[in-house]
Design a protein around this ligand. Structure first.
Ligand code: SF4
Ligand code: SF4
Length: 213
């Protein structure tokens, strides 16, 4: 029937309109009486009331991504980045620059001396985080980065990009748990391999000593 789609559309709009008030009423008095900054609109709510940003903010899903951040491992006390350069290679708009660090003899070491990302060019694709073999670069949730000057304010250096792993764990609890499990398994495998190699070496030494006699 002509106009059926229009009626269905209007019914959906009316439903959302009513649900908006239901969601809002459920939040009284918290939405209006207490600290409004704590009020969020979860993704599972049906109504779409206007969020009074910046006082109110939407709850972000774990895999929300804005611009990258570099991880400082609080457990080891070191940056995770080894300056391998993979992220810079895979970055589609080529907005990552890395300078590898050197030791006192001038030999390159697996550590970044400088690390820059031009976040005015970054398109938030997450390829850098996806391809990093050391879980050293992840996508930050912080989207409040407006500045007056594009250069140099939006070219973030290593210090500005670096966050502790505890911050990452807080933003990405599921991914953190999964990665920690994988890291633990890898540690155990490494230990088992080292033990097996040591046992093999000891057996070979024993055999050589027995042959000498
Ligand atoms: S962030 Fe990851 S991929 Fe990029 S240079 Fe560092 S270790 Fe390599
Ligand atoms: S998120 Fe994408 S565009 Fe941004 S730095 Fe990473 S790879 Fe480059």
């Amino acid at each position: 029937m002509f106009g059926k789609g229009i009626l269905r559309g209007l019914a959906t709009t009316a439903r959302h309109f009513v649900e908006t008030y239901i969601d809002d009423v459920k939040r009284i008095p918290s939405r209006y009486a207490f600290d409004r900054r704590l009020i969020k609109q979860p993704l599972d709510e049906e109504g779409i009331f206007t969020i009074q940003y910046p006082e109110e903010k939407r709850v972000l899903p774990e895999h929300f991504r804005y611009v990258p951040m570099l991880l400082f491992d609080v457990e080891t006390g070191e940056d995770r980045c080894t300056a391998c350069g993979i992220c810079a290679k895979v970055c589609p708009p080529q907005c990552i620059w890395i300078v590898r660090d050197k030791d006192e003899k001038g030999k390159p070491v697996p550590r970044a001396a400088e690390f820059y990302i031009d976040i005015s060019i970054c398109m938030g694709c997450g390829f850098c985080a996806e391809f990093c073999p050391f879980d050293a670069i992840k996508m930050n949730h912080d989207y409040e980065i407006a500045v007056y000057n594009r250069y140099p304010d939006l070219v973030l250096d290593k210090d500005e990009l670096t966050v502790p792993t505890t911050y990452y764990a807080q933003l990405y609890p599921t991914a953190w748990e999964r990665e920690e499990k994988a890291r633990e398994e890898e540690r155990k495998k490494k230990e088992a391999r080292a033990k097996a190699a040591a046992a093999k070496k000891a057996a070979a030494a024993k055999k050589a000593a027995a042959e000498k006699k």
